[in-house]
Design a binder for this molecule. Structure first.
Ligand SMILES: [Fe+2]
Length: 248
């Protein structure tokens, strides 16, 4: 019998007490939130979705977003004081960063001077145009310095889409993989969605995160409907993200 009224499973229903380890909600220092007012709106919506903790990860990218502990620290303090003034203190927010793999990043690894998501987990990203030629060496270097690399949105690097084996290599090098919630839909295009599905099915994803830059991102992932199969894979990843990063 056809169940025309069968229940739809929304992604947002799985995000109760979620810890978001990748988002751009600090005001005015990258391509994410542009002002404190915008940050307050984004945080309110994340709270309404059930998010419990937020690790804010502004880009640190040579030339484009030259952030450091000063710019990130200031943006974080400004936001926290505003939240305190408004007596909004239910969300736990911590500052970290999303590091573009570039020469500045390599210097920071040498100095062992990295913002971590928690303990020794470091969020990294690479250009969407081409992979770094020395990626394996850089991952090795990060690990040798005692950090654990977490690659942001591996599904979004199109130059790996026809080299699927490379994702397994990355895991073998010791790099963990963080998928974006929006890659469960065709927001970034059908090939990103397809690779996202491949990575989930092959159990290559360790963590999931929002990568929120604006309200548009929240609206879009609030609409995502999941299949039973996707829920099965995702639940484990959500649990692992919470188990690894939630602080009580
Ligand atoms: Fe990001």
């Amino acid at each position: 019998m056809l169940h025309i009224f069968s229940k739809k499973h929304y992604l947002k229903d799985l995000l109760e007490d979620f810890v978001d380890i990748h988002c751009h909600i600090l005001p005015g220092i990258d391509d994410g939130s542009k002002s404190i007012e915008e940050s307050l709106i984004l945080l309110k919506k994340m709270e309404l979705l059930g998010f419990k903790q937020i690790i804010a990860t502004p880009h640190i990218m040579q030339g484009l977003y030259p952030n450091d502990e000063l710019t990130i620290g200031n943006a974080f303090q400004n936001l926290i004081s505003e939240l305190r003034n408004k007596k909004r203190n239910t969300l736990v927010i911590n500052p970290a960063a999303e590091y573009m793999i570039d020469t500045n990043f390599e210097h920071l690894i040498d100095k062992e001077h990295l913002f971590t998501l928690k303990e020794n987990f470091v969020l990294i990203e690479m250009s969407y145009l081409q992979p770094p030629i020395n990626l394996k060496e850089i991952i090795n270097k990060i690990i040798l310095k005692g950090y654990i690399p977490v690659l942001a949105h591996p599904e979004r690097y199109s130059f790996y889409h026809d080299k699927k084996e490379f994702y397994k290599d990355l895991k073998q090098y010791g790099c963990l993989l963080q998928m974006n919630l929006l890659s469960l839909s065709n927001y970034y295009g059908p090939s990103v969605q397809k690779i996202g599905h491949f990575l989930l099915e092959n159990k290559l994803i360790d963590f999931i995160a929002s990568d929120i830059h604006s309200n548009d991102h929240i609206e879009k992932f609030s609409e995502i409907i999941l299949s039973n199969k996707q829920i099965k894979y995702l639940q484990k990843i959500i649990n692992n993200t919470k188990k690894t990063f939630l602080v009580s």
